[in-house]
Every structure is written in structure tokens, then in C-alpha cells.
Design a protein around this ligand. Structure first.
Ligand SMILES: [Cu+2]
Length: 169
């Protein structure tokens, strides 16, 4: 009986998690749409790369166009014109105590304001302030070697989420 109660709780927890879809590069633009979202613990944030060659790379508010050491990164996701399948990359929210900041690593895109945030505050370090800072950054980042291999879900955050779920069970 005890086990059944716990199992029900786990199922309820899974059912409440949302999958938040972000369209990357829609209509040939250098955008994430939407560019700023709110996510709860255990929600999944999924990037769908519909055109071009972009990344979703974690950065920091202080350095919008520089990858965060130990952060998550989709790697470059190139989509050929007329492709019938598009790459998708996702991570799970295992910590909502701080906002998450992302940018596109493709040369010049961050400087055009191609940035994204999760749970950005409504005052102070807002998404708009982050994007403004990104546009002031001279972005000369080019493709790191081997970036194309990263096509599936982010190991770090997903794995950490698994640990949290394990503790709850
Ligand atoms: Cu881009």
C-alpha cells in the first residue's frame, strides 16, 4: 500500500511537467521564439532548429556571448534547405533558483541579439537588459571542432534531474 501511494505521487509529478518548445531560426531569422520563457522544476525546454545553422549555448548574464564553463550546449544544428526532418535538442529544469541565459554561437548572431532566457527576472537583470548587453558584444566566436556530434538531449542537466527524481522516490 505504501509503495502504491509513492508511485502515484511520482506519476502526478511527471504529468505536471511541461515541455516548452522554442523555435530557432524561424523564417531564416536569427531568433529564438519565444525568446524568454518561464519554466518550473522538471519542465523540459526543447529547441527545434527549423532553419539555418544555430546553437543554443548557455552563457551568463555578465557575459552574454561567451559560453559558460560547465554549461549546457546544443552544439551547431545545421538544417539544409528543404529538409524534411529538423534537429531538436532539449534539457530538463533541475534547478529553478537562478535564471538561465543562452545565446547562439554562430558568428555574429549573438551580436544581433540572438539570445534566450529562462526565468529572467522582471526587474534588474531582465531579458531586455541581457539582449542589450549581447548586442554590445563583438561576437567573433566560430564553430568549435566536433560540435556537430551533440544532437540529443543535454547530459548534464538531464542527468542531474534524474538524481533529484531518484531522491524523491
Ligand atoms: Cu544563430
Amino acid at each position: 500500500m505504501h509503495f502504491i501511494a509513492l508511485a502515484s505521487l511520482a506519476l502526478a509529478s511527471v504529468a505536471s511537467a511541461e515541455n516548452i518548445i522554442i523555435t530557432v531560426g524561424g523564417n531564416g531569422t536569427t531568433t529564438y521564439s519565444p525568446s524568454s520563457v518561464t519554466a518550473n522544476l522538471n519542465d523540459t525546454v526543447t529547441f527545434q532548429f527549423v532553419a539555418g545553422n544555430h546553437t543554443a549555448t548557455q552563457s551568463t548574464f555578465a557575459a552574454p556571448c561567451t559560453n559558460k564553463p560547465g554549461g549546457v550546449d546544443s552544439g551547431f544544428q545545421s538544417v539544409a534547405a528543404g529538409a524534411t526532418q529538423i534537429p531538436q535538442w532539449s534539457f530538463t529544469m533541475n534547478d529553478t533558483s537562478q535564471p538561465l541565459w543562452f545565446y547562439c554561437m554562430q558568428t555574429g548572431h549573438c551580436g544581433k541579439g540572438m539570445v534566450f532566457s529562462v526565468n529572467a527576472p522582471s526587474s534588474g537583470n531582465t531579458f531586455d537588459a541581457f539582449q542589450t548587453a549581447a548586442k554590445k558584444t563583438a561576437n567573433t566566436t566560430s564553430a568549435p571542432s566536433g560540435a556537430l556530434v551533440t544532437r540529443t538531449s543535454a547530459g548534464l542537466l538531464a542527468a542531474a534531474a534524474g538524481v533529484v527524481a531518484g531522491l524523491l522516490l
